[in-house]
Design a protein around this ligand. Structure first.
Ligand code: F6P
Length: 344
C-alpha cells in the first residue's frame, strides 16, 4: 500500500511522533511506502510532497511542530477541490490517507470519503482536547504542563507584589486546558466557555481570598470564555481568513473589571502559542506513537473512514461520521465538584 500522510489545522506537540510511528509501522511491518504531503491539503492539491523513510525521520520523536508543515484551508474551499484531491492521489499512486488533525481536518476527511471515496483514517490532534469519541487528544497534556509551569512561576511574583494575575490560556470552544491547569496551579477562579461567568462573582472570590490574608490570586481564563449576558460587555473579535473569530484578549477585560471591583492591582499574562510550541511530554509521545501505529493498522484492516482514539486507556476505532460536527466539552463534574472547591 502507498499511504499519504498530512497534518492539518493548528500545530500541536506530538505531530512528528505520529508521523514517525506511521512511517515505521507501515514500512517495517507492512512493506508499505509513505509519502508526506506538505502544508496540509495545499500539498495534496498542488502535488507537493516528500517521501518518508525510516532513516529520514530519525530524531523527530521529541521535536515540536510538524516537519510536514500545516495550514487551515480545505479542498472544500474550491469548487473542484475534492475531485482534484482524488485525481492527484491517483496520479501519485496513493491508495489511502492518514489525516492528523482537529475537528476541521476530520470533517474534511469524513466528507472526502463520502463524496469521492478516498480511504482515510483520522488521528485526533489538538491541544484544546475537544474532539468527540476519544478520551484525550495528543498535545493536550503538554499544553497543560506548559500552562501549569507558567502559573507556578506567576504565583511567586504575584505573592511578592500582592497582585492578582489573570492568566489566559487557549481553548476556543472548551475549557479543558483552563480547567486542568487551573486545578494543577491552584487557581482562585477558572473561567471556561462551558460556564458563562459573572464578573461580580469572580471579584468576590478574589476578595474572599484576600480577606483571609492571602493577597495574591491567580485567575485562569480560557480564550473562549464569555461573560453572562448583561454582566459585562461581551468581547468582540476580528475574523481570521477562515472566518473564525481571532480569539485572544478576554483576559484584559477580565483583569480590568477585577481591578475596578476589588481595588487590587491586577496584571495580565497571555500564554498564547507557547502552549503549542516545543517538545511533547512523555505522555503525548506515547499517545502519539500508539495512535500512529493504530492508524496504519486500521487502514490494513480495510477501514476506510475511521478515527483512531482512546477510550479507557484502550485504542478504539470510531467511524468518522460519529466524530464530526461534535465538540467534546469539559466534564462539568470535574469543574463543579473539584475545581470550584478551591475557588476564593
Ligand atoms: O489549536 C487550537 C487553537 O489552539 C485554539 O485554541 C486557538 O484559538 C487557535 O488554535 C489559534 O490558532 P492560530 O493562531 O494558529 O489560528
Amino acid at each position: 500500500m502507498r499511504i499519504g500522510v498530512l497534518t492539518g489545522g493548528g500545530d500541536c506537540p506530538g505531530l512528528n511522533a505520529v508521523i514517525r510511528a506511521v512511517t515505521r509501522k507501515a514500512i517495517n511491518d507492512f512493506g508499505d511506502s509513505v509519502v508526506g504531503f506538505l502544508d496540509a491539503w495545499d500539498g495534496v492539491l498542488e502535488k507537493r510532497s516528500t517521501e518518508l523513510t525510516v532513516a529520514r525521520l530519525a530524531g523527530i520523536l521529541p521535536r515540536g511542530g510538524t516537519i510536514l508543515g500545516t495550514r487551515r484551508g480545505s479542498p472544500y474551499d474550491l469548487p473542484d477541490g475534492p475531485a482534484q484531491v482524488k485525481q492527484n492521489l491517483a496520479d501519485m499512486g496513493v491508495d489511502a490517507l492518514i489525516v492528523i488533525g482537529g475537528n476541521g481536518s476530520l470533517w474534511v476527511a469524513s466528507h472526502l470519503n463520502e463524496d469521492v471515496g478516498i480511504p482515510i483514517v483520522g488521528v485526533p490532534k489538538t491541544i484544546d482536547n475537544d474532539i468527540a469519541e476519544t478520551d484525550v487528544c495528543f498535545g493536550f497534556h503538554t499544553a497543560v504542563q506548559i500552562a501549569t509551569d507558567a502559573i507556578d512561576r506567576l504565583h511567586t511574583t504575584a505573592e511578592s507584589h500582592d497582585r492578582v494575575m489573570v492568566v489566559e490560556v487557549m481553548g476556543r470552544d472548551t475549557g479543558w486546558i483552563a480547567t486542568y491547569a487551573g486545578i494543577a496551579g491552584g487557581a482562585t477562579a477558572i473561567l471556561i466557555p462551558e460556564r458563562p461567568f459573572d464578573i461580580d462573582d469572580i471579584a468576590n472570590e478574589v476578595k474572599r481570598k484576600h480577606s483571609r490574608g492571602r493577597y495574591a490570586s491567580i485567575v485562569v481564563v480560557a480564550e473562549g470564555a464569555m461573560p453572562k449576558e448583561g454582566t459585562m460587555p461581551e468581547p468582540r473579535y476580528d475574523l481570521d481568513p477562515f472566518g473564525r473569530p481571532r480569539l485572544g484578549g478576554i483576559s484584559v477585560e477580565v483583569a480590568h473589571a477585577i481591578e475596578e471591583r476589588t481595588g487590587f492591582e491586577t496584571r495580565v499574562v497571555q500564554i498564547g502559542h507557547v502552549q503549542r510550541g516545543g517538545t511533547p511530554n512523555a505522555f503525548d509521545r506515547v499517545l502519539s506513537t500508539r495512535l500512529g501505529i493504530a492508524a496504519v493498522e486500521a487502514l490494513h484492516a480495510g477501514e476506510c473512514s475511521t478515527m483512531v482514539g482512546v477510550r479507557n486507556e484502550q485504542i478504539v476505532h470510531v467511524p468518522l461520521s460519529e466524530v464530526v460536527g461534535k465538540t467534546r466539552h469539559v466534564d462539568l463534574s470535574l469543574y463543579d465538584d473539584v475545581a470550584t472547591v478551591f475557588f476564593g
